[in-house]
Design a protein around this ligand. Structure first.
Ligand code: 9MR
Length: 504
């Protein structure tokens, strides 16, 4: 049966590689059932609503570029005809712009395509012809010029011309290929989570999500609120989930579980956390105060997530990257300075005490295949295991085709598996120096090897997650580390990952 599935998957895959140009794929916006893939381009704050007469309203803007935007899979070299109507009711006249944000290898650039002055209350047309440049991703959007706070609406957006179409309905799905083994997931960042077209694609491929940045302490710790509370109680902690909300909302709507990342880390943690009054200019707090803040932070995060999203987060990285790269001991960090060598153990104790029933607790780290770090990780895990506070280990697996090499990866995996912990591959990606066929095949080979290893430990593996979906949005975009290119075309590595699921 599994072999049959595998053959069907391969046959389907051959039909969809590469993405193909359709004869004519005009687009006309239709907001009758929602925002139709449009999303608010901003760093948070702006939001989109469909009006009663079928237009799309943007509110909460604070910069001219804050705009309704939508991804369009345009084909380089093709010409397009664009048109949209825009209306505003606040100013006598407002300068409106139809623009495109295009990116290649992770570098975004912009072109203004059409300008118009919109008089108060009048529907005004923005129209342009556009020949798509050699980019991998295109976002079309409507912005203002000198009116950053203006609310406005758009309707009847049309695009004529050939768009690329990835026949996603026929694309084999990673989550289905791995269904009998473990969930297959991805990291999702804020800018991805607010793009519904993109998220629907992710939901077709993945069945666990983790926030790429949005549940880290610098997103979650509410420093101004903590500063106010500190006047009364130096140990009080306030948190919010604003940055993670789009992803958590989407996951809840679709019933996709979430892995939480991360409670305690030396990185992406506000310096204020460690200081009296939560004021970075004041002295560091005492060990006692910091231990109480640590416990209160962990408790507050679990309370916030469980109250707002009951049961959605099934596991957490409690501590991330605590072991040093060059020594088998803990790295220097604010946590170690203020609390001492036992901060990791205390964090796990607090997490065990306050975690909702059944939520699995992980220690997560990178460079597991390297000594002496590997030994440091094993020693730490043994200590936590003896205390009964850890459930598993998360291998980040940020690799490159040239190092550390599969045999070192396998050896590390077997050594840690032997501890009897649950295992996750939490941040898989594989960098390559260029997009030559040889590099892409070497990348595919390593992905395939890693996935076969995970499958051979399927009883112990709780899940595998890639650290992003399309190369252009990766943290290492310039080294093309993921399974899809910017146009969502599956790369050879995607095929290799599917094939790895076909082994017995
Ligand atoms: O993917 C994350 C990237 O957007 C951030 O800029 C970066 C900064 O710390 O963190 C990245 O995620 C890291 C993860 O949280 C822990 N392991 C390493 C990941 C890649 O740096």
């Amino acid at each position: 049966m599994r072999i049959l599935c595998f053959m069907l998957i391969c046959a389907a895959l051959m039909n969809v590689l590469p993405a193909s140009a359709e004869d004519k794929a005009d687009y006309a916006s239709d907001f009758s059932a929602g925002t139709d893939g449009w999303y608010p381009r901003s760093m948070g704050g702006a939001s989109l609503d469909v009006t009663e007469d079928g237009a799309l309203w943007i509110t909460g803007r604070s910069a001219d570029w804050h705009s309704p935007g939508r991804d369009f899979p345009l084909a380089a070299g093709e010409s397009y005809r664009l048109r949209v109507l825009v209306r505003q009711n606040e100013l006598n006249e407002a300068r409106m712009v139809l623009s495109v944000a295009h990116s290649k290898a992770g570098v975004e650039s912009y072109e203004n395509l059409a300008f118009a002055s919109a008089k108060r209350g009048e529907w005004t047309e923005l129209a342009a012809s556009y020949v798509a440049g050699a980019f991998e991703r295109f976002v079309l959007y409507v912005e203002t010029l000198g009116a950053p706070k203006l609310d406005f609406e758009i309707k009847e957006f049309t695009l004529e011309g050939k768009t690329l179409s990835l026949n996603q309905a026929d694309l084999p799905s990673l989550k289905e290929a791995y269904a009998s083994y473990f969930p297959f997931g991805t990291a999702v960042t804020y800018m991805e989570a607010i793009n519904r077209t993109r998220m629907d694609f992710y939901a077709s491929q993945f069945n666990i999500f983790t926030p790429g940045n949005e549940l880290k302490p610098d997103s979650v710790l509410d420093v101004p609120a903590c500063q106010k509370l500190a006047a009364e109680d130096e140990t009080a902690v306030a948190v919010h989930l604003f940055a993670a909300k789009p992803m958590l909302d989407y996951a809840r709507e679709k019933g996709i579980p979430v892995h939480g990342h991360v409670l305690v880390w030396h990185n992406q943690t506000p310096e204020a956390f460690f200081h009296e009054g939560y004021q970075p200019a004041r002295p560091l707090v005492s060990r006692e105060v910091m231990l109480a803040r640590l416990e209160n932070y962990i408790k507050a995060v679990f309370e916030a997530t469980e109250t707002q999203y009951p049961g959605l987060i099934v596991s957490w990285d409690v501590v991330n990257e605590a072991v040093d790269d060059g020594r088998p001991t803990l790295r220097d960090s604010r946590w170690k300075t203020v609390i001492g060598e036992d901060y990791v153990e205390r964090a796990f104790e607090f997490a065990r005490k306050h975690a909702p029933e059944g939520v699995k607790l992980y220690y997560n780290d990178y460079n597991t295949a390297y000594e002496p770090k590997q030994t440091g990780i094993v020693d730490l895990l043994k200590k936590l295991q003896a205390a009964g506070t850890v459930d598993g280990y998360g291998f980040q697996m940020h690799h490159d085709i040239s190092q550390p090499g599969y045999s070192a990866i396998e050896k590390a995996f077997r050594r840690i598996a032997a501890l009897g912990l649950r295992l996750r591959i939490s941040e898989l990606d594989v960098t390559i120096p260029d997009q030559s066929e040889a590099s892409l095949e070497a990348q595919a080979k390593l992905y395939g090897q890693v996935m076969k290893l995970a499958v051979s430990f399927a009883d112990q593996v709780e899940g595998v997650q890639v650290w992003g979906v399309t190369d252009d949005l990766s943290w290492r975009a310039k080294q093309f580390p993921l399974l899809f290119d910017a146009a969502f075309t599956p790369k050879p590595a995607f095929r290799a990952v599917l094939e790895a699921a076909g082994q017995e």
